[in-house]
Design a protein around this ligand. Structure first.
Ligand SMILES: *Cc1c(COP(=O)(O)O)cnc(C)c1O
Length: 394
């Protein structure tokens, strides 16, 4: 990670092909596009690579989450169980759908735990937003069994975990609907972009309509199309899809490099007695975008985080104090800050987000450090990195 490290002629040629021969809009304009359909092509390749029935590209991972929820019928007043450790988009999208985020706890997978999901289910719970954080997966078997028992939809936010799998099934395709992000710093990038992926025909149909003003996309005359429902514009452009297409062709290679680089560093760090590693339910399916480890105490984690920086070990994240990825520091979310009244303000028994406690997650996250695994490292750089890490721990 990230895919932009491998930008080359392939990406340039795909984008130039849109400008030279194709057209910028993903639909219609058959007479000017010389049969260039980059978005369709990337969607088909995503389906093939992920063994999924449908993939629909949109303008961002956030748009994919919002589209997935609308398409799966998650809306006003529905409760959606969410993790306290994620990128804020996974929570924002729930609020913007008019639904109610309900926080549960993560376990040492750094993803929601089945027991904590079950503990916060109410008659209003409609779905879980299961985020596969930092490249690896939740304990899918246990979670699927709880969700089936309580008839909950599973939305998989695999924005950070594309290329990962659980027992051979691609992350994002195991639940009812999944989302990927192709923003500039993700495993593969469209510049900006995202995808909704599903095996469910009805969800797919709603997704392509919702993300394009409810257009049914039947026929070749946009003006004559029907609108079975309302939607918004979350369309991706052909330039973004062209870039993403070239990147998607590199995905297998990207995952191979990540796994190789991660293994070398993880093997070396395994010799440090005070470290334990993140729980990975299916190690063979780890996308290996991050190496995440736990320290024995919060004080030692703070110390090591500083020492890693002092010794030039870049790309380390102590999420517990970071303002983007952990509930503790999301003051704007806890206080429901927005420029206009949110739908949730009309819900009388809404949670008081300033009072939400996640002690189990705090205990884990206060001792967690993640290290970004880069694609561009040379063998020498990896050797040097390991030396620097050992010095930081000395
Ligand atoms: C990046 C990310 C998103 C949002 O994706 P964008 O394309 O940046 O909108 C959502 N969820 C998670 C877990 C992410 O890492």
């Amino acid at each position: 990670m990230p895919g932009f490290e491998l930008f080359g002629l392939e990406e340039k040629q795909e984008v130039a092909d849109v400008m030279d021969n194709g057209f910028t809009f993903r639909y219609n304009f058959d007479h000017v596009r010389n049969d260039r359909w980059k978005t369709r092509e990337m969607e088909a390749l995503l389906c093939k690579k992920m063994s999924a029935k449908h993939a629909h590209l949109v303008s961002s991972g956030t748009a994919a989450l919002q589209t997935a929820m609308a398409a799966a019928g998650i809306g006003a007043g529905d409760e959606v169980i969410v993790p306290p450790f994620t990128f804020v988009a996974s929570i924002e999208a729930v609020f913007m759908a008019g639904a109610v985020p309900v926080f549960a706890e993560i376990d040492h997978t750094l993803c929601l735990s089945a027991a904590s999901i079950e503990a916060v289910i109410t008659p209003k719970t409609k779905a879980i937003n299961l985020v596969h954080m930092c490249g690896s997966m939740a304990k899918m078997d246990e979670i699927i069994s709880v969700c089936n028992k309580h008839n909950l939809l599973i939305l998989e936010d695999a924005c950070q975990a594309i290329g990962g799998s659980y027992r051979g099934q691609a992350l994002g395709t195991i639940g009812d609907v999944g989302c990927y992000s192709f923003d500039s710093v993700k495993t593969i990038t469209c510049g900006e972009g995202g995808a909704v992926i599903t095996n469910n025909d009805a969800i797919y149909k709603h997704a392509h309509m919702f993300s394009d003003h409810g257009h049914d996309h039947v026929g070749s005359d946009r003006g004559a199309e029907d609108h079975p429902m309302m939607g918004l514009n979350f369309r991706i452009s052909e330039m973004n899809s062209a870039l993403g297409l070239a990147q998607l062709r590199k995905l297998d290679n990207i995952i191979d490099i990540q796994r190789k680089n991660k293994k070398i560093i993880k093997d070396a760090m395994a010799e440090i007695p005070e470290i334990t590693f993140r729980d990975i339910p299916d190690p063979a399916g780890d996308s290996a975008g991050f190496l995440t480890f736990f320290m024995p105490s919060e004080a030692r984690t703070v110390e090591i985080n500083n020492k890693l920086a002092e010794h030039g070990v870049d790309g380390c994240f102590y999420w517990y104090i970071n303002k983007w990825h952990y509930l503790k520091n999301w003051q704007h979310i806890k206080q429901l800050k927005s420029s206009a009244a949110l739908p949730i303000t009309l819900i009388e028994d809404k949670p008081d987000y300033t009072q939400v406690l996640v002690p189990q997650s705090d205990a884990i996250m206060s001792c967690t450090i993640s290290m970004l695994i880069k694609l561009s490292w040379t063998e020498d750089e990896i050797t040097q990195r390991i030396e620097n890490i050992k010095r930081a721990f000395a």
